[in-house]
Design a binder for this molecule. Structure first.
Ligand code: HEC
Ligand code: HEC
Ligand code: HEC
Ligand code: HEC
Ligand code: HEC
Ligand code: HEC
Ligand code: HEC
Ligand code: HEC
Ligand code: HEC
Ligand code: HEC
Length: 450
């Protein structure tokens, strides 16, 4: 029987005592790696520095608007004694663009970077989180100790109040009357005894272009510029105007002698001067008319009086102007306006007071909603018979689409979609002081001048 003697010594002989001296593919790979990585890193770093860039420290891609400054970290991260600071000061941001305070009544001012987060990729910096707002608005404190607005808003779907003009008791204070129901009836009497069906955009259009079908002379209108500050000027509807939207149907004739001639749509003093002029011209051309007997105007039954015979041209003019003004102020103008007796002989026309912007504390944009019918939001308009009716949609209509839960299936529901944070009316122009090099590379420390 063969016996194998396995002593530890024999076993030890089988081990190559010089194993570490021989090259081994795996070991050499590890070695070269440990040398190459720092080398490559240093080389890359040096190249980056040589190119004047500081991207090497970066913690993530910059936002879309700031991507162009990727090589110049110091534009935001101001270096102190040559050392990089991760913190960003408001001053650095303000060197490039102004950002006015939110509200004079706020108790503290958060830093820019708490709302505008960087290094999260090519995103919109304006798309701030609700937390940026609810840090104050969930429990609003004010400098003057009073609260002028709802003070516990946590999200658009939760505890956001109904819009102010729709809370109970609010009315449309328009000084010009309009009955929407009457005007939206089929077969409405249009110009020259035609029958028409009016639509919203016969009186309301966010942007001009094309003719107004019921305008004074039906001539093309210039593109409206009633919406300064909006990129496309289509955010709000300009207020209706007599000349563009009413004149073709509501004509301002004053006397049958002048056929279809109308008085100017203007203050009673201007109308008076116009009437004087026209009747003076008439009697000069027709002197015999002084002695004609006027038949009482059946259009105005409430004015019971005997036919007046003028003794001379001056009296004739006075009677005719009187009659014309009675027609206008007891009937024509009165249909749309409230006329109040003034100190003089002529009445005063109440201020039209038409509202172009209802929700002053929020932003709205009709253009973004052009895929919807007008009555999808302004539901009550076709049935509205009173000028005082407020016809705006309530918050529930908006919440059908704008939500922050299930954001992938909704329109944007975070605060910034509808509100501004900065009070841009107080913005100051920025005096740019950087050179291209300072913004793009080369220069190590940007020094804004001015
Ligand atoms: C347009 C301005 C801007 C530029 C340019 C910029 N950063 Fe930032 N960075 C910020 C803001 C804002 C923060 C958040 C700072 C804070 O909380 O105070 C930040 C934070 C950081 C942080 C801290 C970690 C983190 O992600 O919050 C690092 C590291 C950093 N930046 C590196 C860089 C480097 C490296 C560059 C250049 C390649 C650079 N940044 C360029 C605005 C900028
Ligand atoms: C070197 C100049 C510069 C610096 C520094 C700078 N920005 Fe900007 N910022 C710009 C430019 C350029 C734009 C794009 C042009 C524009 O919209 O006016 C822009 C756009 C923005 C926008 C609007 C674009 C968007 O995506 O919503 C915000 C918000 C903004 N910057 C905030 C900041 C904040 C906060 C800081 C400081 C952390 C800062 N910026 C630092 C130049 C700068
Ligand atoms: C509480 C959050 C908050 C703070 C703090 C804040 N912003 Fe804003 N910022 C917003 C919101 C929301 C918007 C978009 C709505 C608007 O324009 O007001 C915005 C818009 C901007 C814009 C874009 C203007 C435009 O439309 O082109 C700039 C630039 C800007 N902010 C810079 C700054 C700077 C600089 C600071 C610091 C001084 C700062 N912001 C502080 C929330 C904030
Ligand atoms: C630092 C605290 C603070 C922050 C952050 C803040 N607000 Fe305000 N906000 C106030 C104060 C204070 C008022 C005025 C309240 C008063 O006078 O009763 C106000 C008023 C308002 C108003 C009504 C008045 C107006 O000017 O239209 C709106 C809307 C509003 N904030 C929206 C926002 C939004 C949206 C954000 C986030 C982007 C935000 N706020 C962030 C403190 C803050
Ligand atoms: C889909 C649009 C929308 C969103 C999202 C939205 N709001 Fe509003 N908010 C409005 C409108 C419209 C008003 C009415 C403004 C008015 O009456 O002038 C309003 C009114 C307000 C008011 C004034 C309240 C008052 O007492 O009259 C404050 C404060 C306010 N919002 C804060 C916020 C905050 C904070 C957020 C985010 C949590 C937010 N809103 C989200 C549309 C929006
Ligand atoms: C004959 C012209 C005319 C037509 C057609 C018309 N409107 Fe108006 N609308 C006006 C006038 C004038 C005002 C201002 C007087 C007032 O406030 O009632 C007004 C005011 C409004 C207002 C704001 C005032 C409020 O009380 O809310 C809304 C909203 C409105 N109209 C929506 C509509 C919609 C939607 C349609 C179509 C279904 C329509 N209008 C059709 C003339 C018209
Ligand atoms: C079909 C309705 C209608 C009739 C009829 C009408 N107006 Fe007007 N009027 C308007 C509208 C709409 C406005 C506001 C927009 C504008 O100026 O066109 C207005 C505005 C005015 C204003 C300016 C009020 C202000 O805000 O200071 C005066 C003055 C005026 N009208 C006088 C008259 C006189 C005088 C008559 C009769 C000769 C008359 N209007 C007939 C619809 C009418
Ligand atoms: C297409 C023709 C047409 C246009 C355009 C038009 N109207 Fe009228 N309007 C009428 C007719 C017809 C009536 C009389 C309806 C009736 O009494 O049945 C009327 C009646 C009115 C009345 C009295 C309504 C009532 O309650 O009985 C007012 C006020 C009025 N219009 C204002 C306006 C104003 C303001 C505009 C311009 C913004 C305007 N209309 C544009 C045709 C028009
Ligand atoms: C998504 C809902 C929505 C739709 C769709 C919509 N509106 Fe509005 N509309 C509003 C809101 C919200 C306001 C209040 C805006 C403000 O003044 O702050 C408004 C205001 C108005 C006003 C008053 C003036 C103004 O601009 O503030 C008129 C007039 C008006 N709308 C007419 C129309 C007409 C005409 C259409 C169809 C072409 C239409 N709207 C479609 C929501 C809507
Ligand atoms: C049928 C769905 C729908 C309804 C209802 C709706 N919206 Fe919108 N809204 C949208 C869409 C889609 C956009 C554009 C995409 C986006 O910004 O998410 C938008 C955009 C907006 C914007 C941003 C516009 C811009 O140009 O920046 C505001 C502000 C807004 N809506 C307010 C409102 C208000 C206030 C109401 C209620 C009166 C309302 N929306 C009702 C779908 C809707």
């Amino acid at each position: 029987m063969l016996r194998r003697t396995r002593t530890t010594k024999k076993l030890a002989k089988r081990i190559d005592l010089q194993y570490f001296a021989h090259p081994h593919p795996f070991r050499s790979w590890r070695f070269w790696l440990s040398v190459a990585v720092p080398l490559l890193a240093t080389a890359w770093f040096i190249t980056q520095r040589a190119q004047g860039g500081q991207k090497a420290y970066s913690s993530g891609q910059l936002s879309h608007a700031h991507a162009v400054f990727t090589q110049q970290c110091a534009l935001c991260h101001v270096t102190q004694a040559g050392a990089f600071t991760a913190h960003v000061t408001d001053k650095a941001c303000l060197a490039c663009h102004d950002a006015p305070l939110h509200h004079a009544n706020q108790t503290f001012t958060p830093e820019c970077a708490t709302c505008h987060v960087e290094h999260k990729g090519a995103m919109l910096l304006q798309a701030t989180t609700d937390a940026a707002c609810t840090q104050c608005h969930a429990q609003l404190r004010t400098r003057d100790g009073q609260s002028h607005y709802v003070a516990n808003i946590t999200s658009f779907e939760n505890k956001h109040p109904e819009f102010a003009p729709l809370r109970s008791g609010q009315a449309d204070a328009s000084g010009v009357r309009l009955n929407h129901y009457v005007h939206l009836q089929p077969n409405l009497m249009g110009p020259n005894n035609t029958r028409v069906q009016m639509t919203c955009d016969d009186c309301h259009r966010a942007a001009g272009g094309g003719n107004w079908p019921y305008g004074a002379e039906m001539r093309p209108v210039a593109v409206n510029d009633a919406n300064p500050g909006r990129p496309h000027g289509k955010a709000y509807m300009p207020v209706p105007e007599f000349a563009k939207h009413c004149a073709a149907c509501h004509t301002l004739q004053f006397d049958k002698r002048f056929g279809n001639e109308q008085v100017p749509h203007d203050k009673p003093e201007v109308v008076h001067a116009f009437l004087m002029k026209r009747f003076v011209e008439y009697i000069a051309a027709h002197p015999a008319a002084v002695h004609e007997v006027e038949t009482p105007d059946r259009q105005l039954p409430e004015r019971v009086r005997l036919p007046r015979v003028a003794r001379n041209a001056a009296e004739w003019i006075q009677f005719r102007v009187d009659d014309a003004e009675w027609l206008l102020y007891a009937k024509t103008c009165k249909q749309c306006h409230t006329l109040t007796p003034a100190s003089g002989p002529l009445p005063e026309v109440a201020k039209s007071n038409l509202t172009a912007r209802w929700l002053a504390h929020a932003e709205f944009d009709h253009h973004a909603h052009r895929m919807m019918s007008c009555t999808a939001c302004h539901i009550r308009t076709p049935d509205s018979r009173e000028t005082a009716d407020v016809l705006l949609p309530g918050i529930q209509t908006c919440q059908e689409c704008h939500r922050e839960n299930k954001p992938t299936e909704a329109a944007e529901g975070r605060c910034f979609e509808c509100h501004q944070y900065h009070d841009w009316t107080k913005a100051k122009p920025t005096k740019g002081g950087f050179t291209i090099q300072q913004l793009r590379g080369d220069a190590k420390t940007p020094v804004p001048s001015g």
